[in-house]
Design a protein around this ligand. Structure first.
Ligand SMILES: NC(=O)c1ccc[n+]([C@@H]2O[C@H](COP(=O)([O-])OP(=O)(O)OC[C@H]3O[C@@H](n4cnc5c(N)ncnc54)[C@H](OP(=O)(O)O)[C@@H]3O)[C@@H](O)[C@H]2O)c1
Length: 228
């Protein structure tokens, strides 16, 4: 399997590179030119296509021949970076390719998510301040996922909980909606977020789903498992 990782140099991106290599996949990584050095430890094992992730020509070159594309969706700046990145991947990936995108719990597909008030407050305050400072445009990440949900590609949108570093606990568990009891702990190891993204490439059950994930060893996940 040949996979492209769009946004390979970030924290999540680097974990995905490692998981994909562990599975024996051919890996192509897209990252900003100035960030290519962050992928130095993978030198000789992956192909790097330097450039902005919303640059269609960069993305077109990188995804050529790829069976799967893993995309880190981030709402940096006020230039439609997230929606531009998503659109480039949707348009340029080869027909039938598995497309897996990352975002946070704040994204909703059907409006049936029930959010902790802390998260609602954080998104509102952070989103407003970051937008005023022209640093981050959360609305553009919402637009990016709206386009993905509306597309007829073989997509999955993985919605991450709060993240932490640390060694792997294994594949996170997931649920359709934030607010479901299994997700209550709201904590996932970043390395395992990456694992879920890479695993989704070959999980047909996740096509056209927006799983919200949580660590498999968290209190809420373990309680759910005990209930069977
Ligand atoms: N952080 C959290 O707590 C959290 C929680 C839930 C979900 N998520 C989701 O997890 C994913 C990635 O998270 P992460 O913590 O791994 O993020 P990260 O390490 O900060 O990396 C995110 C990506 O953003 C790029 N980036 C950073 N600054 C940029 C800029 N000014 N312009 C353009 N691109 C820029 C990075 O590229 P460079 O390497 O070139 O800088 C990298 O590809 C996102 O989809 C996010 O929505 C995060």
């Amino acid at each position: 399997m040949k996979v492209c990782i769009v946004g390979a140099s970030g924290k999540l991106g680097q974990y995905m590179v490692q998981h994909a290599l562990d599975r024996g996949y051919d890996v192509v990584g897209v990252c900003r030119e100035k960030s290519a050095g962050k992928l130095a430890r993978f030198a000789g094992r992956i192909t790097i296509v330097p450039g902005d992730t919303n640059d269609r020509e960069v993305v077109r070159r990188a995804v050529t021949g790829c069976d799967g594309v893993l995309t880190v969706l981030v709402p940096w700046g006020m230039n439609h970076y997230a929606s531009g990145t998503a659109q480039a991947v949707l348009d340029c990936a080869q027909p039938g390719a598995r497309l897996v995108f990352s975002c946070g719990w704040h994204i909703t597909r059907d409006g049936k998510d029930v959010y902790p008030s802390k998260l609602l407050w954080f998104v509102k305050v952070f989103g407003t301040v970051a937008r005023l400072l022209r640093l981050v445009d959360v609305d553009d990440q919402v637009e990016a996922t709206r386009r993905i949900f509306a597309s007829d590609t073989r997509w999955t949108v993985v919605r991450g909980s709060d993240l932490e570093e640390g060694e792997s606990h294994g594949l996170p568990v997931w649920s359709e909606h934030v607010g479901d009891a299994v997700l209550e702990s709201n904590r996932t190891r970043r390395i395992d977020f990456g694992l879920f993204m890479v695993d989704a490439l070959t999980n047909e059950a996740l096509v056209h789903k927006a799983p919200a994930i949580v660590g498999c060893r968290t209190v809420s996940a373990l309680a759910h498992a005990r209930q069977g």
